[in-house]
Design a binder for this molecule. Sequence first.
Ligand SMILES: Cc1cc2nc3c(=O)[nH]c(=O)nc-3n(C[C@H](O)[C@H](O)[C@H](O)COP(=O)(O)OP(=O)(O)OC[C@H]3O[C@@H](n4cnc5c(N)ncnc54)[C@H](O)[C@@H]3O)c2cc1C
Length: 389
Amino acid sequence: MIAERLPEHVDVAIVGGGPVGALLALRLADAGINALAIEARVTTPADPRALALSHASAEALGRVGLWGDDPSATAITRVHVSQAGTLGRTELSSTEIGLPALGYVVPYRALAGLALDRLKAGKAAVALGTTVTGVDRLARYARLSLATPHGRRQLTASLVVLADGGQLLAGFDDVKQTVKPYAQHAILATITPTEPHLGVAFERFADDGPLALLPNGDDYTLVWTQTPAGAEEKLALSDAEFIAQVSARFAGRIAGFTRVGARAGWPLALKTLDSVVGRRVVMIGNAAQTLHPVAGQGLNLGLRDATTLADLLSITPAAQLGEAATLARYAALRRQDAGRVTRFTDGLIGWFDNPNPLLKHARSAGLLALDQIGPLRRGFARKMVYGAR
Ligand SMILES: Cc1cc2nc3c(=O)[nH]c(=O)nc-3n(C[C@H](O)[C@H](O)[C@H](O)COP(=O)(O)OP(=O)(O)OC[C@H]3O[C@@H](n4cnc5c(N)ncnc54)[C@H](O)[C@@H]3O)c2cc1C
């Protein structure tokens, strides 16, 4: 949609056309709801993240054309989890639960690019290159201030959905965000294995922080959690030194690596809200909760936010879309899933980040037990496939 011709009022205004906002916008368009997505970007972002997505997420994206025979997606056939310096290890396999893949890895920029393309294709109403600069919420509607390529504009909406990653939250007096910094940074890098990865992902808990290797095309995307000082040191290493350090942590598990691409550091924090709804507003995706990437759950959870909200709004009369009762119903529907995944992810950091030698043995025993007890292991694998609900 050309911003010059923006409507004066919409039933639902979605701030942010990232993967989560785009899924919601396309689902609401299918349901015939008068919605508008407002996205600051016009082109695909340069973003080094690779996202591990569950089957359920791929299905939800596929329903609106955001997933298909996607050449940029790499299937995960096995996940190997181990703790350095102990015998603790387990392996989850797709064949064990009768599926072709445990999940998929897709570059963030490919998914965000596809989201932009689908929005540009005109299936859902969208204002691209348009930034929401403020939201005033009144009793019966909200007024949004926009910076468009054609100047400043305003429009009103019965309901505002924040899918902006949390950028606008500070302006909401009835929404309280809690930030728990982890004093950790994620180092992201593309790293090429000596031998084909065969779709095997690795999660390795080393003494100085966990490392994840996600199969991504012919390469791996490395996500290495470090203290801020550790991250600074690793980012400054030569390529050869960096490869040597990663190889040492995967000794005995992976033959080696031939090259590493550009490295980027990412500060990590847990951000949660007292409530994911406020007056005439709902927060979804990273605006509702920002998690540590260790378990690869953030986007999977955000896509379930969008799916649940789309299902609910599709059966809600237009006059009730922004009403407190509708929003309370949404918050109730999401509480359990979001709470569980947030606690699981945060707990994993506390559990594996503790240097106590007794805990190290307990962790090792836990991984071995998971490896030995078939039903437990298969149950865990199914949770990965269908979402950690
Ligand atoms: C290192 C790392 C690894 C990760 N790995 C995984 C993984 O393996 N699996 C997984 O499930 N999750 C993972 N995540 C989490 C995942 O990246 C996020 O959960 C996901 O990107 C959130 O999507 P979103 O659409 O809510 O927000 P975003 O992706 O942040 O999109 C927000 C959109 O809103 C737009 N916007 C912002 N402000 C405005 C405004 N004022 N006006 C208009 N538009 C605006 C932006 O341009 C953007 O397009 C990882 C995160 C990190 C940091």
